[in-house]
Design a protein around this ligand. Structure first.
Ligand SMILES: [Zn+2]
Length: 255
């Protein structure tokens, strides 16, 4: 899956989950989904050429190196008799439910300890990751949204309410990435360490006719437009607004 599609699917998943955790104001839902969109790109930090690895120069470069070393070590230690001969770096440790849960728990703990500053930091990192995939216009939009938020509500107070819950946003982002990767040709070992058919790192993927090629026609002409529609329609208030507009437009005319 292309970076853009990962970010858009993450954004949609974030908007869908936000009301379930009580991120009910439009500001909170958008901050929550911005984190999910960004962290839907994070698992590829295990590839030196990925946007996430190049994002903050030597800092994310070093994180990427560390993640690859850890992933390779874990793979060497745990691989089953039928797992492929592989270095165990790209699409291994960071592409598992366990990693998503771990990073989510860490974010939950970190934002509880750090308060709204920590929440703002995680959301900002998410916006930077997503803008790297979708384009710099997103930074302008995020800046405008922040200004609007600061003018219309108590931004710090609303961010404070997201402490803890932001861990869910991060975990959902990482899981969305894995699901996206699983639909492409190479699959994704996201149930590690559950042993399946002699492999601890079994690549889960749908039957061949349902898989698609990264950046191929199906992704560009079907998946991406669907995600784009979802990205707009799922924003809180948009559906209700569209219904009200439709009702007004087609209201029975008074005689
Ligand atoms: Zn990936």
């Amino acid at each position: 899956m292309m970076g853009r599609t990962h970010a858009l699917t993450g954004w949609c998943a974030g908007l869908a989950v936000a009301p379930l955790v009580g991120a009910s104001s439009i500001h909170q839902a958008i901050a929550f989904a911005a984190a999910t969109a960004g962290f839907a790109l994070l698992p590829d930090l295990d590839h030196p050429g990925a946007g996430a690895s190049r994002l903050l120069g030597p800092f994310t470069g070093a994180l990427s190196w560390l993640l690859r070393r850890l992933s390779a070590a874990l793979y060497a230690l745990t691989k089953g008799p039928r797992d492929e001969r592989s270095k165990g770096t790209h699409r291994h440790m960071s592409h598992t439910i366990l990693f998503a849960g771990g990073l989510g728990a860490l974010t939950m703990w970190g934002t509880r300890a750090g308060g709204w500053y920590a929440v703002a930091g995680v959301v900002l990192f998410g916006v930077l990751l997503a803008a790297d995939a979708l384009g710099d216009w997103l930074l302008l939009l995020a800046g405008a949204a922040t200004a609007w938020w600061a003018l219309t509500a108590s931004a710090a107070g609303e961010l404070q309410q997201l402490t803890g819950w932001l861990g869910v946003a991060v975990a959902v982002g990482c899981v969305t990435h894995c699901l996206g990767d699983a639909l492409t040709e190479s699959g994704c070992p996201f149930l590690f360490p559950v042993p399946i058919a002699g492999e601890t790192w079994y690549e889960l993927r749908p039957p061949a006719f349902l898989r698609f090629r990264t950046g191929g026609r199906f992704e560009r002409l079907v998946i991406a437009p669907l995600c784009l529609v979802g990205a707009l329609v799922l924003v809180p208030g948009v559906i209700a607004g569209l219904i009200a507009f439709y009702d007004q437009l087609f209201a029975p005319a008074a005689a």
